[in-house]
Design a protein around this ligand. Structure first.
Ligand SMILES: CC(C)(COP(=O)(O)OP(=O)(O)OC[C@H]1O[C@@H](n2cnc3c(N)ncnc32)[C@H](O)[C@@H]1OP(=O)(O)O)[C@@H](O)C(=O)NCCC(=O)NCCS
Length: 174
């Protein structure tokens, strides 16, 4: 089995609902993608609508992985900087693989597809991302070639009394 990756798929109701289900299931399984459980698709929808708006104005690109049954199984958003002195690197956000597919190398395939896409963007020299500390994610991104370049202690308040570091990871493309 493998996933089929598409950059900038057509935004259809099936894609929208597939991403909402993915994002909800990943969040409710404890994934670090902006929400804490319990969360419903309706709570995530406004955030996804914002992503679609940014895609429409060209500031964000969507990479989607479909499984062999045609379900949305993985996503990542590649985001350009609006700051004129920072257009030579991009952000990677909302990296997720459906819990039913985790641990089989698809996460690494997703990061490889994101890197391949970024290499086709004119003048982009690096990919930067942040991840929540305490989940071992640095090890995952490290296995994909990213290096930890910074860490803001206790910047993410998952719950009262449960603060996590915000870890900055970087992948130079040259
Ligand atoms: C993080 C995530 C994308 C990884 O995808 P995956 O398909 O499970 O990962 P892979 O099977 O490709 O694993 C690649 C390597 O990373 C390691 N790894 C994966 N997830 C890990 C984690 N949470 N902590 C530590 N190591 C991890 C694997 O053990 C593997 O290493 P190995 O080759 O030495 O065995 C996926 O687990 C996920 O969606 N998690 C929830 C959402 C999330 O937290 N995203 C991160 C946002 S910053």
């Amino acid at each position: 089995m493998s996933l089929t990756f598409t950059l900038d798929p057509a935004v259809t109701p099936a894609l929208r609902d597939g991403i909402l289900d993915l994002w909800t299931d990943v969040s409710n399984a404890g994934g670090a993608v902006g929400f804490v459980p319990p969360v419903t698709p309706e709570e995530i929808r406004p955030e996804l609508v914002r992503q679609f708006a940014a895609m429409a104005d060209g500031s964000r690109r969507l990479l989607v992985g479909h499984d062999e049954e045609g379900r949305v199984a993985a996503t990542a958003f590649l985001t350009f900087n609006s700051h004129r002195l920072m257009t030579h690197w991009i952000w990677l956000y909302t990296v997720m693989v459906h819990p039913r597919h985790q641990g089989r190398g698809y996460g690494r395939d997703l990061l490889a597809a994101a890197e391949e896409s970024a290499r086709t963007f004119d003048g982009v020299d690096a990919i930067r991302l942040t991840c929540r500390g305490g989940l071992g994610l640095e090890r995952f991104y490290g296995s994909c070639g990213y290096k930890e370049v910074g860490r803001i202690p206790n910047a993410i308040r998952v719950a009262p009394g449960d603060d996590r570091d915000d870890v900055i990871m970087l992948l130079p493309l040259h």
